[in-house]
Design a protein around this ligand. Structure first.
Ligand SMILES: [Zn+2]
Length: 154
């Protein structure tokens, strides 16, 4: 297959074993700072996906809470295929550390009483949320915590 510009377009999605956390790419600035982009895959590609309201709510919850556990988060955003998220952090190539940060962040989701910023002032589709669904996603991801380090099926 022709090599494409987007890193994940060169990933064989039939070979991965979700859930996992994978370093998807790096970008280095002229002063040596490096942005590390992680593929946080919750669902097995083309077998399962997250429903939009639940995905949207877990996005809000993780985006807000992860910054309590890591002080160099650039971005955390959902994939359009609804199977995972991209997490970009500055100067942090410690994948085990990222796994621990994700574990803490997902535990915050389980304990949440409400979805932060789910109103028409702070969000672009405030009607599309599910706290219950977000918790189900977090629960499922945490249940497979010991598999996050394995990206490819044996
Ligand atoms: Zn929103």
């Amino acid at each position: 297959m022709k090599k494409m510009n987007v890193e994940s377009f060169n990933l064989d999605h039939t070979k991965v074993a979700a859930p996992y956390i994978r370093l998807a790419g790096t970008s280095e600035g002229e002063h040596g700072d490096v942005i590390y982009k992680y593929d946080i895959r919750f669902c097995q590609p083309n077998k399962e996906h997250m429903d939009m309201p639940a995905l949207h709510s877990i996005e809000h919850l993780m985006a807000e809470n992860i910054r309590n556990h890591h002080d160099r988060v650039v971005d955390l955003s959902p994939m359009g295929c609804q199977t995972g998220f991209y997490l970009s952090v500055l100067n942090d190539d410690d994948k085990n550390g990222i796994e621990n940060v994700m574990e803490k962040t997902l535990n915050d989701v389980l304990e949440a009483k409400e979805v932060p910023a789910c109103n028409e002032v702070q969000c672009g589709w405030a009607a599309s949320h599910s706290l219950e669904g977000a918790k189900e996603i977090a629960q499922k991801m945490l249940a497979d915590r010991n598999e996050w380090g394995t990206v490819f099926a044996e």
